[in-house]
Design a protein around this ligand. Sequence first.
Ligand code: NAD
Ligand code: TYD
Length: 354
Amino acid sequence: MQNLILVTGGAGFIGSNFVLRWMKATKQPVVNLDKLTYAGNLQNLAGIAGNERHIFIKEDINNADAIKRVFAEHRPIAVLHFAAESHVDRSIHGPADFIETNINGTFTLLEEVRAYWSGLNSDEQKRFRFLHVSTDEVYGSLNPGDAAFTEERKYSPNSPYSASKAASDHLVRAYLHTYGLPTLITNCSNNYGAYQFPEKLIPLMILNAIDGKRLPVYGDGKNVRDWLYVEDHCDALALVLERGRVGETYNIGGWNERTNLEVVNAVCSILDELRPTSRPHVDLIEFVKDRPGHDRRYAIDATKIANELGWKPKETFESGIRKTVEWYLANEEWVKGVITGEYHNWVSLQYVNR
Ligand code: NAD
Ligand code: TYD
């Protein structure tokens, strides 16, 4: 099929939002390659079930032979690489999967992309893009008052997750400089929105609060993240793919710095309004033992993508968080589908006795 793009990790949170938006906004077919780990969920893609332009392939990016076959059969014009292990707390309990997927998997994928790209004619080679979706966490932690991360910031990752993503960014850079592969890297701040697995702060707090369970805030709750509504991230990625300069990095962020406590308070006050209970939801907040090596603050300076590509987020934190809470309230079936035995095991490991 013509103009086909290959998405890895398109059954996860951001990847599925991207695929859904891409299918709506374009006529281009998508091959969606995902291993379906605990974080991958075909229910995220129920809205495009049966659409022939979406081809789902359950596969691991570490399987070189399978990736080679996918390239030979589908001949994509671009690859968007979302597939990763993505949760910092899990990387602290078990870093091996992060090395395996984020580093080795990205390497395997890059090797297959390089082999495929080398066989294209020169027009096709010029047109091809490999967009690597990465995180602001590679830059490390900021102190209050420090300037936000620009693309020039030195890498200083602190968790096994961010170190593995940093390694993958460096591999992508090396494939650009050494082999001329037309790559782009995006480093984005914390996303939130529909279809996020409830191990991450915002969906965890929403679902716990709905259930009257405690809201476990790590440390003093004053760690700061820069929150971006996931659809704004997806729109930025589509723009970078279309018009980003080859070889460049683009930082993507929401200009929305909030302490964790501010985020949890916002969730609670929306639930007080939409699902009132006898006591305010903030009464469920409990301060628990901090995450080891917990980065204090992330903040993205998104000036470059604004100036070069005209992107800026459409949602404010207030509008985005309201939409997100409403989505979790309206999608009980989806929630039931992800609260499985595996999820309960994770919650026990991470929160019991904390
Ligand atoms: P996610 O954990 O929700 O989804 C990851 C997806 O990758 C899942 O569908 C999973 O099945 C798939 N996957 C994992 N290992 C795989 C493998 N070996 N082969 C094939 N598929 C595999 O993650 P997310 O939050 O959607 O993040 C997507 C990307 O965006 C990641 O690369 C992450 O580092 C980056 N990112 C995330 C955020 C955020 O706030 N969530 C912010 C910035 C960047
Ligand atoms: P998280 O959603 O895991 O994203 P990241 O660690 O990649 O930024 O966490 C966001 C912030 O919320 C982070 O400072 C850790 C904190 N946090 C809690 O306080 N309690 C929790 O139960 C979770 C999951 C996170």
